[in-house]
Structure formats: C-alpha cells, structure tokens
Design a protein around this ligand. Sequence first.
Ligand SMILES: Nc1ncnc2c1ncn2[C@@H]1O[C@H](COP(=O)(O)OP(=O)(O)OP(=O)(O)O)[C@@H](O)[C@H]1O
Ligand SMILES: [Mg+2]
Length: 293
Amino acid sequence: MQVPAQQDYRSRAIAVEARGVSVEYDLSREKSTLIALEDFNLEVREGEFLAIVGPSGCGKSTFLNVVAGLVEPAAGEIKVYGKPVTGPEPDRAVVFQDYALMPWRTVEKNVRFGLEMQGRVDSTTKDKVAHYIKMVGLSGFENSYPRELSGGMRQRVGLARALVTEPRLLLMDEPFAAVDAMTREIMQEELTKIVATTGQPIIFITHGVDEAVTLADRIAVVTNRPGRIKEIIEVDLPRPRSRASRQLPEFQALRERVWQLLSSEHPERSEAEMAVSAAAGHHATDAGSGGGI
Ligand SMILES: Nc1ncnc2c1ncn2[C@@H]1O[C@H](COP(=O)(O)OP(=O)(O)OP(=O)(O)O)[C@@H](O)[C@H]1O
Ligand SMILES: [Mg+2]
C-alpha cells in the first residue's frame, strides 16, 4: 500500500501546543528544586508523527507527562486540541516507559482495562481486545500474566492497551526499547499503518536515531537538562519507509544531522571519541541491541 507522504499534516489543525513550559520537581530530601524543563515550546499537528530525542534525564518523559495531564507545569501553557490541559482525559493514551501493567491481570484483562477505565465496555469489546492483541503479536498469550512475559512482550501489552481505546492523541515513551530487532521492525510498520489509517498524531520518545528517522515527520531534539528544544528536523523522506530506506543518502544525512545535534549535548564525550565511534560505525544503525543514544 502506498501511503502518501504526510506533508499535508502541516496545513492541519494544531493538536498539541506547548508554550514556554517549565517543570520543576521538589526534591524534599535535598530541600532543593530540580528544573526538568525550561521554556519548552512545541506544536504538534493533526496526523503528525513527532519523535523526540535527547540525552537521558533531559525531561522527555516529563514533557509527555505534562501533555498527558499527569505533571503540572510550573510555568507556561499546554493545550491539547485547543483546550488547556488540567488533568488526564480519555482523548490521550500513554504507552509508558515502564509498562505500568497490572500484575494480577492477564494480558487480555490488561488490554481491556484501557476501555474499562473509560467506561466503554460493550458487546464489541471482546473483538477489539483480540484485534489489538493480535496486532502486537501476542495471540496465544491472552491468559498469561505479565510476570510470565518478557520485557518486550510487556511493552506490547502496554501498546495494545493504549491502541484499543482508539485515542485522538497517542503518547509513546520509548515503546520499542525492550523489543528485539525483528519485532521492532514489525511494530514500527504496524504503527505506521495505524497512523496512516487513523490519522491520529503521535508524540514518540525514542533513543533510536534510525527509529526516529524511519517513523517521524519531524524530530525534536532536546537539550541537556533543563530540557529545551534544540532543533526540529523535518523528515521529508517518501513513505512507506522500510529498512531499505536506511540505505538512501537522504536518510543517512538526516541520521548524521540528528547525531551531530545529540553529540553536542554530550560535552563529556570528547570530539575525538565521537570521531572514533563514527568511524567504527557505532551509530550506523540502532537495530539489534536497542542501541542509539
Ligand atoms: N517525580 C520526580 N521527582 C523528582 N525528579 C524527577 C521526577 N521525575 C523525573 N525527575 C527528574 O527530572 C529529570 C528529567 O527526567 P525525565 O524522566 O523526564 O527524563 P528523560 O528525558 O525521560 O530520561 P530517559 O531518557 O532516561 O528516560 C531527571 O533529572 C529526573 O531525575
Ligand atoms: Mg524517559
């Protein structure tokens, strides 16, 4: 299926708007405040796939939590579909970095929970749940408990639980980090297809530079903490994109650009070290070990 390049998202309505967002955490033990985000500005449009990359601890998950309504900013404004965020709403689904599954519930019941929480259980629920369990490749594990699954499988349950609610906005925090390379490819393709059909915007945090270039319409690179937008890179590669797209010179140029921006956020890594690592092709691909940044 030829999916149109999603250039048209640019003329669409704004789904998420962050203006001057700052987040501070109270560190009561140290009697101090940690500034996680400062003057963070970002717009995400309907149908857009926005990837966020940045050093560990720079505030990426914090930003996602602000959009989800789980963390309140100390300053600035955050709107989803034009409405100021005051708390979690059913129009936003989050796939958390740490799975957040219920250990006492089976896979099927964990996925079903997405709908239960919203009071949307009806005669279609069973089929919907089965559909999304199949989509993430967990058919046959419906009655397993999270402790009986691998990390990657748990992450896929989290994804199914978010997708089953068919949200207007999908917030994903390193959803494929614990998934093996082959499954990641499949899930990336599935996710691309889902987005192409539903048109729902996605904010997708990843440490995988190749993953970001493969999936995103734009990549927001975040600075070291306190996190701010360092640069936003447009990814105007044709879709559908696949593993083969990674051989394109345009792909490689984008990958290099992202890496340059990221490495400048790691001052402790000397330039010489970066050069050696680049020459050895350490960042040439992030398939496999979940590598990246
Ligand atoms: N609930 C909290 N209380 C206090 N500090 C927090 C809390 N949550 C996050 N932080 C701090 O805020 C900063 C940003 O954390 P965050 O989890 O947003 O980073 P991240 O960019 O998602 O990192 P990673 O890539 O490692 O997941 C970190 O220094 C972290 O220690
Ligand atoms: Mg995080």
